[in-house]
Design a protein around this ligand. Structure first.
Ligand code: FBP
Length: 289
């Protein structure tokens, strides 16, 4: 993990505070933006009005920040130069397909000390704001993960230095089962039949990963026979989730090695995502080997 200068520390603080302060406006803007727009995002997926609303609002709030040099988002094709300093990558509304059926979703952020696209090793901090029954922030940096409740954009500590529970209880597997590779299907079938393990899959990665952070277990959006790189974006989703889970004492993988050891060629590159308790991800990697 990258050594953070005190200047970068201050900038990361400012980025996180700005995202928290924007949360009430994003949440308030959702009810009237639950419809699809014309066109698609750079990954070819339909965009909700809420996706572009959140993207534009967060760019507007982060652009003036001193020490932020680049802004990139899953919803726009290119990296935007906004000055000198760190690079911020956002999934403005992860799980936005959950907006219509009124299920959880949220904003996923990652901060790097190199221009984008860049590798997971250049992460300074990562986290997410989860719009569930309450609004919470999970923030990771310097090897530590903390959880906060957000009230009117102000964060109040809930859990400091949280780590994955030792006894895993949850499995959460995405993608189409008939497109899973045999090795992953074997792992999934074994996990599903493991005493004490229960299924939780809600269609928002950060919602599902937050279950793993609370109860332990394994989440995967695996490689598919028709999509060997899976669905999730390396820079916007793979790296921040891998970083958070590794800071919480868990393990991340792209099927072979830590998600954080990867380097994307393009800002919208995809990667298979496997995260959770060390023992589970280790046995998964052994199966996929
Ligand atoms: P978005 O960032 O565009 O919402 O896409 C990512 C995501 O919604 C993840 O949060 C979730 O794990 C996955 O896609 C759900 O995919 P599927 O609908 O195939 O289960």
């Amino acid at each position: 993990m990258t050594d953070v200068s005190s200047r970068e520390d201050d900038v990361v603080d400012a980025v996180v505070e700005t995202l928290c302060a924007a949360a009430p406006s994003i949440r308030a803007g959702l009810p009237g933006r639950r419809v699809y727009e014309e066109g698609t995002n750079p990954s070819g997926e339909r965009q909700m009005e809420a996706d572009t609303y959140a993207d534009e609002l967060l760019l507007k709030r982060l652009r003036p920040l001193d020490g932020v040099g680049e802004y990139a988002s899953e919803e726009r094709p290119d990296v935007i130069d906004v000055g000198e300093g760190v690079s911020v990558a956002l999934d403005p509304l992860d799980g936005s397909t959950n907006l219509k059926p009124n299920n959880v979703m949220g904003t996923l952020y990652s901060v790097y000390d190199e221009p984008l696209p860049t590798g997971g090793e250049n992460l300074l901090a990562a986290g997410y704001i989860l719009y569930g029954p309450v609004t919470t922030l999970v923030a990771a940096r310097d090897g530590v993960v903390s959880e906060y409740i957000l009230e009117s954009g102000v964060k109040r500590p809930l859990r400091e230095e949280l780590t994955l529970p030792d006894d895993p209880a949850i499995f959460s597997f995405g993608g189409r089962v008939n497109r899973w590779f045999d090795e992953f299907e074997a792992f999934a079938s074994e996990t599903e039949r493991t005493e004490g393990m229960k299924l939780r899959y809600g269609g928002s990665m950060i919602g599902d990963v937050n279950q793993i952070l609370h109860y332990g277990g394994v989440f995967a959006y695996p490689a598919q026979t028709d999509a060997p790189k899976g669905k999730l974006r390396q820079q916007f989703e793979g790296f921040p989730i891998g970083y958070i889970i590794e800071c919480a004492g868990g393990r991340s993988s792209d099927g072979e090695t830590s998600l954080l050891s990867g380097t994307p060629e393009g800002i919208h590159d995809r990667v298979p995502v496997y995260i959770g308790n060390d023992s589970l991800v280790e046995s998964l990697e052994a199966r996929l080997d």
